[in-house]
Every structure is written in C-alpha cells, then in structure tokens.
Ligand binder design. Structure first.
Ligand code: COA
Length: 291
C-alpha cells in the first residue's frame, strides 16, 4: 500500500513546480510523481547532461512537460536565471521544492574550512537563494505559492560525522518556520519534510561507502525494520506542495518509520531482550520491592 500513489489523477493539473536536485535520487522520484499528477516540472542541478537525460526519461514515462535548467544553487545569479527560464517556459511557478543537497561523512576535525562551507553553501545558502528569488517574485506578482524544504531528522538532534550538514539543515528548518510566519499573509506557505533512510545511489555511496553499507544497516535502526520507499516520500511531498495541504504552514513532517525517536528514547534498545529473559527480569525487579 505504501508503495502506491496517493493523490487522485490530475490533482496537480496546470501547476508548475521547480525541483532543485531534480535530476537524480529522491528529487527525481518526487519530480516523477508531480508529473504523473499532471504538473509541469522544472528540474535543476549543476549537471545539464544528467538533467537532460532525466527530462527525456520522465517526459516519456509520464507524458508531462519537463524543463531542464543547469543551475548551481550557491550562485544567486544562476538562481535568478532559473526563475526567468521557468517563467519563460511555463508563465507561472506554483511551488518550489528545495531538495538539492551536498553531504559526506567525515570526522569534523578532518574538515577544512572550505569543506565545511561547501556544504553550508549548497544546503543552507542554496535554499536561501532559491527561497528569496522565488519568494520575491511571488510577492511582487501577488501569487499564492507553496515551498517545501527537504531537511533531515538530525536537523532536530544534531549528528556527529555530518556536522556541516546538521548545521545547514538546522538552518533550513529555522528558515522554514520563519518564512511560514512572515510570508503566510502573502499566501506563501513553507513546510519541510524530514526523511529518515530512503536509499538512493548518490547518498548511499557517500554516506555508507564500501563495507559500511553492510556494517551499518540503517533498517535495523528503524522500529518498522525497513527503509523508506521513494513513492511514500513522493506522496507526502506532492500533498504538501498541493492545495490539499492549504492550512499546513510552518510544519516539519518526519517520515522515518520512527527512527529518530528510537535513537532518542533511553530504553528503546531493550528490544534486543528476548521474551524468556523478561520473565527473569520481572522476577528480579519485583524482588527489589521494599529494598
Ligand atoms: N572528506 C573531507 N573533505 C572533503 C571530502 C571528504 N570526503 N569531500 C570533499 N571534501 C572537501 C574538499 O577537499 C574541498 O576542501 P579543500 O578545498 O579545503 O580541499 C571541499 O570539501 C569542497 O570539495 P569540492 O569537491 O571542491 O566541492 P564540490 O562543490 O565539487 O562538491 C560535495 C561538493 C563535496 C558535497 C560533493 O560531494 C557533491 O558535489 N555532492 C553533491 C551531491 C550530494 O552530496 N548529495 C547529497 C547526498 S547525501
């Protein structure tokens, strides 16, 4: 069931969405579903060749219209061009999905200042650049719109070994809530999704290289004992971008099978205790009464 599309056919007919990082991975999966629901989609990343290939593939698969625009979200000028090209092709843009990200695992003391700021620039500054350019346009045109930011559950908790990403995603979450409050009266909504483990080749090769994938199997950390399916993330993203979620503003929705709470609860690790052992433990605990 969770692998099935959720919204009704043509739910996004006539809408146009811009998806940063839309050429690959989760951005591609979310773009595919927006197209299947009848929307036009602008996909963007640094690699035009990859984008053009994805655009062709998605148009053939969905019958929708895809515009591929090369854009480094770190560069405000290029983001302005992205807006201009999107408007030229589709006349109006109804929503922005800030999905582009950069990340790699590393002990923080091994990072150079440039390594740290590279991630901050892609994730935080890139999201800021896009939100500013599109937000200013919508406000000027008095157009209602929906912004959706992809964060992560460690935006709440912080996380070692991905510290630049944690700092940047924490910033994106603050941006989400801040703009929701400030731009709500312009009818611009701003929400976020915090996904847990949703395997993609790009992220997995960077975050779980080589033997790490076997040693550090993410699904074991999830109470539901499985990783996420791309369609269930796409369902949530399409809903949050659509008018069906019109009264949801400033929200972050976690979709992680309970993973981050599993890590947070002090005793959640007790799932490894077998039933038989609980009989003995109960006796021991009851035996401590009055002592
Ligand atoms: N460990 C330590 N430092 C690293 C590193 C690693 N694994 N990978 C890159 N760096 C450092 C580089 O050495 C450089 O710092 P320096 O100039 O002081 O040497 C800095 O980070 C920037 O690297 P560079 O390769 O020049 O940046 P880029 O803009 O070409 O690439 C990345 C950005 C590093 C995030 C790259 O992985 C990328 O393009 N990712 C995009 C996709 C992605 O990450 N998606 C998210 C998946 S979860």
């Amino acid at each position: 069931m969770h692998t099935q599309p959720m919204l009704k056919d043509n739910a996004l007919k006539g809408k146009t969405y811009v998806v940063t990082g839309g050429g690959t991975g989760l951005g591609k999966a979310m773009s595919t579903y927006l197209l299947q629901l009848g929307a036009n989609v602008v996909i963007t990343s640094r690699k035009l060749e990859v984008l053009q290939q994805t655009a062709e593939e998605l148009e053939a698969k969905t019958g929708g219209k895809v515009l591929a625009v090369a854009c480094d979200v770190r560069d405000a000028e290029q983001v302005e061009q992205l807006l201009a090209k999107s408007l030229e092709q589709f006349r109006a843009v109804d929503g922005l999905l800030n999905n582009a990200a950069g990340n790699f695992i590393s002990p923080t003391e091994r990072l150079s200042a440039n390594a740290f700021s590279t991630i901050i620039d892609i994730v935080l500054k890139g999201t800021v650049n896009c939100s500013l350019a599109f937000g200013k346009h919508w406000i000027k045109e008095k157009q209602a719109a929906s912004m959706l930011n992809i964060v992560t559950t460690y935006a709440f908790t912080g996380s070692g070994y991905v510290v630049p990403s944690a700092c940047a995603k924490g910033g994106v979450l603050a941006l989400t809530r801040s703009l929701a409050a400030e731009w709500g009266h312009h009818q611009i909504r701003c929400n976020a999704i915090a996904p847990g483990p949703f395997p993609t080749k790009g992220a997995w090769d960077r975050l779980l290289p080589g033997e790490m994938a076997k040693k550090f199997d993410f699904k074991n950390r999830v109470p539901l004992k499985r990783v996420g399916d791309h369609q269930e993330l796409a369902n949530l993203a399409a809903y949050l971008l659509s008018d069906f979620s019109g009264y949801i503003n400033g929200e972050v929705i976690t979709i992680d099978g309970g993973e981050w709470l599993q890590g947070a609860g002090q005793f959640n690790g007790l799932e490894i205790v077998p039933d038989e052992m609980w009989d003995d433990l109960e006796k021991m605990i009851r035996g401590t009464k009055g002592s």
